[in-house]
Design a protein around this ligand. Sequence first.
Ligand SMILES: C[S@@+](CC[C@H](N)C(=O)[O-])C[C@H]1O[C@@H](n2cnc3c(N)ncnc32)[C@H](O)[C@@H]1O
Length: 175
Amino acid sequence: MMAVHACEGQFLHGLVLALRPKVIVEIGTGQGVSLRHLCDAAESIEYGPATCCRNGLTMPTVFARKSCQIWSCDVLQERIDYAHRFCPEVNFVCGDAAILFAQMGDQAGLVFIDGDHKYAAVASDFDLSLARLDKRGVIVLHDADTDYHPDVRDFCRTRGIMVLPTPMGMGVYVK
Ligand SMILES: C[S@@+](CC[C@H](N)C(=O)[O-])C[C@H]1O[C@@H](n2cnc3c(N)ncnc32)[C@H](O)[C@@H]1O
């Protein structure tokens, strides 16, 4: 199992700051390396002031700030248990993308795909993500230019998805 390299994590961090997504989805929690980058970035953006209800009146308040929601799934419960220790605020789902999206009500502003790297699985994760992606949302695919995972590279080529030259290649699709 390979986690994202430091510069790939920094890219994800920058993307979160630029997009300010209300909802982030990760497919493939692993040991939570990419997730920690996403959580760090999400922590530094705020969507405020939020509104609160007091005495029947809805009023703005600077105290109740709403932050970004993060969802992450993995087919292995042990991976989730491990990552949960570092990212307790994340909504973890044990299962694949189909199970995650069935539980998540919202649309996503950013999806990071790094789960099963076989062609059919990548295609399924991508298409499920696309169906739940916000207007101008972004899907990032890890391992898009490495001989370890030729299927991800083939998938990006077939769909015409731009691949950034990071250590493992990052496919970037903008809706
Ligand atoms: C390469 S690791 C993810 C690394 C992680 N992104 C990081 O940077 O730490 C891939 C993970 O995807 C999980 N996985 C495999 N098939 C999956 C699927 N169909 N849906 C979700 N996760 C899956 C594996 O159990 C593994 O933990």
